[in-house]
Write a protein that binds this ligand. Structure first.
Ligand SMILES: [Cu+2]
Length: 167
């Protein structure tokens, strides 16, 4: 697994420079005091082992919560990743212990920087227009099922798509 991330890191660096948010119809989900906004994933090409998924989490409550697990039938494993500068390289790594959302905080995942969800071991390519089920588990609020809209990665820039090819 370590090797996998090291190989991915260099490619991910290029993606960071080219990120733009795709335009599409918004959809959102509520779970207690949490709001999950517009889950979407980037389309992948055949043979691509992993894809990125993104959404926003807003905590409207007065206590922190934590996204601790995710699962999807299209991926063998699903991880929360963060991208950060290490020296002069942008690297992605798994977030240890889940992703905390503080009261009043809104975390907006996006391609190229900050957090994203990595769908690893895809059973088939994600095609633009596909709808993919994803289950989010929060430490306190529990589980919520959302629908991830697959959007055309090429529409946001070819180089950005390459950034998530992971090989
Ligand atoms: Cu990743």
């Amino acid at each position: 697994m370590k090797q996998f991330f090291q190989r991915a890191a260099g490619i991910a660096a290029a993606a960071a420079l080219l990120a733009t948010a795709p335009l599409s119809q918004a959809h959102e989900y509520k779970l207690g005091q949490l709001e999950i906004g517009h889950p979407y994933a980037r389309s992948t090409v055949p043979g691509q082992p992993a894809g990125g998924a993104y959404f926003s989490i807003e905590n409207k409550g007065s206590a922190p919560d934590r996204l601790v697990a995710l699962s999807s039938p299209v991926a063998k494993t699903t991880e929360i990743h963060t991208m950060a500068m290490e020296g002069n390289l942008m690297k992605m790594r798994e977030v240890d212990g889940g992703l905390e959302v503080k009261p009043g905080q809104k975390i907006a995942m996006q391609p190229g920087n900050g957090y994203h969800i990595m769908l690893m071991g895809l059973s088939k390519p994600l095609k633009a227009g596909d709808k993919v089920p994803l289950t989010l588990t929060f430490e306190k609020a529990g589980k919520v099922d959302v629908t991830v809209n697959v959007e055309d990665a090429a529409a946001a820039g070819k180089d950005d798509m390459k950034g998530h090819m992971h090989h």
